[in-house]
Design a protein around this ligand. Structure first.
Ligand code: TYM
Length: 351
């Protein structure tokens, strides 16, 4: 088991994904693979963040389906719901309650700097929901409701995790006297560490090496979904954008070749090796030969996940049972923390 972190906090992992879409290769390689690994060394809590999902309009029936599908993807990829805690966010009210307290700690100027809000709201900023703007504060509450110390995510979440640290720090400072007086230690919340890295921390679109692989890209050929069958995977990889040159044998040779860099990163991540180790094997090959090897590898790694997801989704009641069990275990951790937060803030009442 991992050793205690700075500040003496028990190491604990928290992460989540939005059920707004079928998970894609970016979600899988950027985050989920690492979640599975971290189960070996940490207590882990993995959440389907359905309250984040409704920051943009969702059809209710699709949302229900998507929550179960994302839970099935977690399990199919190797999350063990008996060891780790797996649940959906809306079932643990402490997330929303702590988010309100944090709304009163976070500053407008901090949220105004969030690049993801700017990207998602686009030109129609005035028409974006307040929830979309406040999204990173709820994210901080997700993490700190469990005093999580480590958060494995893709690179696009880095700024949100910096905000989580700023909120924790400001709460610790604003209430320092009260925290000490009540005997809750020197710092109430940990300064959570992001766990970001590896060859696929930012998987790019298969159609454009300068754009992130994303659920919102209108072209389905830009991404590989965890529900794609072998034929779809093969077609998407064969159509993936490339350049005319053979693969380099040194990583440096990828620097000015975003599409090649992306495909090599995907290959390396699927093989659990570094980009350089991948190039030691495939450097010098033409794209046609490399793409065939990549198709075989992707089908070999993703095929079993897709079929396991299908098997799990045939029994939605079992998925609901797993989520309910996870929510009750999650509440067991978050409720006492929230009780202390109420006391620190100065609220009256015995709940
Ligand atoms: P979401 O649902 O957009 O993405 C889920 C995870 O997948 C990673 N990811 C990628 N990684 C590499 N390459 C890509 N192209 C790519 N696209 C997505 C994301 O970095 C993320 O790790 N805000 C979060 C959900 C969230 C959360 C949390 C995460 C809510 N509360 C608390 C951690 C802790 C999000 O929208 O992820």
């Amino acid at each position: 088991m991992a050793t205690p972190t700075a500040g003496g906090f028990k190491p604990r992992v928290f992460s989540g994904m939005q059920p707004t879409h079928t998970l894609h290769l970016g979600n899988y390689l950027g985050a989920l693979v690492r979640w599975v690994e971290m189960q070996k060394t940490h207590d882990c809590i993995y959440c389907v963040v359905d309250m984040h999902a409704i920051t943009t309009a969702q059809d209710p029936a699709d949302l229900t389906r998507s929550i179960r599908e994302v839970a099935a993807a977690y399990i199919a990829a190797g999350i063990d719901p008996r060891g780790s805690i797996l649940f959906n966010q809306s079932q643990v009210a402490e997330h929303a309650e702590l988010a309100w307290v944090f709304n009163c700690v976070a500053r407008l100027g901090w949220l105004n700097r969030m690049t993801q809000f700017k990207e998602k709201a686009g030109k129609d900023r005035e028409n974006a929901s307040i929830g979309l703007y406040d999204y990173p504060v709820l994210m901080a509450a997700d993490i700190l409701a469990y005093k999580a110390t480590h958060v494995p995510v893709g690179e696009d979440q880095k700024q949100h995790l910096e905000l989580t640290r700023d909120i924790a720090q400001k709460f610790n400072n604003d209430y320092a006297a009260r925290i000490a007086e009540r005997g809750f230690g020197e710092q109430y919340f940990p300064l959570t560490e992001p766990v970001i890295g590896g060859p696929a921390a930012r998987v790019m679109s298969l159609r454009d090496g300068s754009k992130k692989m994303s659920k919102s890209d209108p072209s389905d050929y830009s991404r590989i979904n965890l529900t794609d069958d072998a034929d779809a995977i093969a077609q998407k990889i064969r159509k993936a954008k490339t350049d005319p040159d053979a693969l380099p044998s040194e990583e440096k040779g990828l620097e000015t070749r975003p599409e090649a860099d992306n495909l090599v990163g995907i290959y390396a991540a699927l093989k659990s090796v570094t980009k350089q180790q991948a190039l030691d094997e495939i450097g010098g090959r033409q794209f046609s030969a490399f793409k065939s090897a990549l198709v075989d590898l992707a089908v070999e790694k993703l095929g079993p996940i897709t079929s396991e997801m299908r098997r799990l989704l045939a029994d939605p009641a079992e998925i609901d049972r797993i989520l309910a069990d996870g929510a009750s275990r999650a509440r067991g951790i978050a409720a006492p923390i929230m009780r202390e937060v109420r006391e620190i803030v100065g609220f009256v009442g015995g709940c």
